[in-house]
Design a binder for this molecule. Structure first.
Ligand SMILES: C[S@@+](CC[C@H](N)C(=O)[O-])C[C@H]1O[C@@H](n2cnc3c(N)ncnc32)[C@H](O)[C@@H]1O
Length: 304
């Protein structure tokens, strides 16, 4: 596929947006390929690249990756960052999946190391995200109670400006099998600007239009990903594409550069392709890299 070519001008079926030609300057059309040494944590390699659509996925440890970016771009590089970090909830609890009682075990990456270590980890990636954001850039972080309070506190420690906390309500949550708690049916997504000085972008009119010409509230009801979003395989904490599209449409312009440090199955990348934004992602697990590449290729094919 040629570089700097114009994506198709067909309107996108999901968002109604019309693909736009990327500016031809090197800065706009390509993301500099990061050449990194492999480390004991990851091979640190670019594993998928499409300059035409502005999509770059790295098999990399996001902490090492951001350290490299900070050295290269001290003024920041990204217009928006979406973070769906490890929630630290795979600790022997139970939940209901497809009508069966199953252990909550999403993987080694999701195990807790205790409140203090978890907070230290959150500070480590969040402080780097703050540095790789442009001055007026914003960050969205999703999480359950296992992680989100630590993230909110870390944002305050780092002097970020909290703009909203969105409640994402899932209309069909799995039942609570123990009958000792309310059924968990929400996640929180904190939206914050890099600093108090940031002049953040909010596409107020677009959100209003999307909400039948009424101001959009901070409670969003969006179903969990359906079968169609999992045709190529599943990620245990996959986010719905519709959720990411709304986040992207609310806080970025077309061709803006978005980063997702914990990409998982690259839902953010798929939503970026659908909305004509550029995307950089990092993910550690090979299995999710393979799934991501299939999803990203499919999303690009659908846009043509
Ligand atoms: C909560 S999931 C993200 C799911 C994603 N939002 C999606 O829709 O598929 C977090 C992901 O972060 C990855 N991960 C954990 N630590 C990482 C690190 N240091 N660098 C890069 N990825 C990491 C895990 O492998 C996991 O896939």
């Amino acid at each position: 596929m040629g570089r700097n070519k114009c994506p198709s001008t067909k309107a996108n079926s999901t968002t109604g947006t019309t693909p736009m030609r990327y500016k031809t300057s090197e800065e706009y059309s390509t993301f500099p390929l990061m050449v990194m040494e492999g480390s004991e944590y990851s091979p640190n390699q670019c594993v998928f690249q499409n300059d035409e659509y502005g999509i770059w996925l790295y098999h990399a440890n996001c902490i090492e990756f951001m350290d490299m970016l900070i050295a290269k771009f001290p003024e920041g590089k990204f217009d928006m960052i979406f973070v769906d970090p490890p929630y630290f909830l795979s600790n022997g609890g139970i939940t209901c999946h497809a009508g069966k009682m199953v252990k909550v075990d999403k993987g080694q990456w999701d195990k807790s190391s205790g409140a203090e270590m978890n907070h230290e980890f959150n500070l480590a990636w969040l402080s780097r995200c703050q540095k790789v954001l442009k001055l007026n850039g914003t960050i969205w972080v999703s999480g359950t109670h296992h992680v989100i309070h630590s993230v909110g506190y870390a944002m305050q420690q780092l002097g970020m400006k909290i703009l909203n906390d969105i409640t994402w309500e899932k209309p069909n949550p799995p039942p609570n099998l123990s009958c000792r708690y309310f059924t968990h049916s929400t996640e929180t997504i904190i939206w914050a600007a890099k600093s108090e000085k940031s002049k953040h972008l909010f596409n107020y009119d677009d959100m209003r239009k999307m909400n039948k010409d009424k101001q959009m509230k901070s409670v969003w009801t969006i179903p969990a990903p359906n079968g169609a979003e999992k045709i190529f395989g599943k990620h245990p904490t996959q986010k719905p594409v519709a959720l990411l599209e709304r986040i992207i449409l609310a806080s970025t312009n077309e061709t803006d550069l978005i980063f997702d440090p914990f990409s998982g199955s690259s839902t953010t990348g798929v939503a970026a392709i659908n909305t004509n934004r550029r995307f950089v992602g990092t993910e550690l697990e090979r299995e999710f890299i393979t799934l991501s590449i299939t999803r990203l290729k499919y999303a690009i094919e659908k846009r043509r």
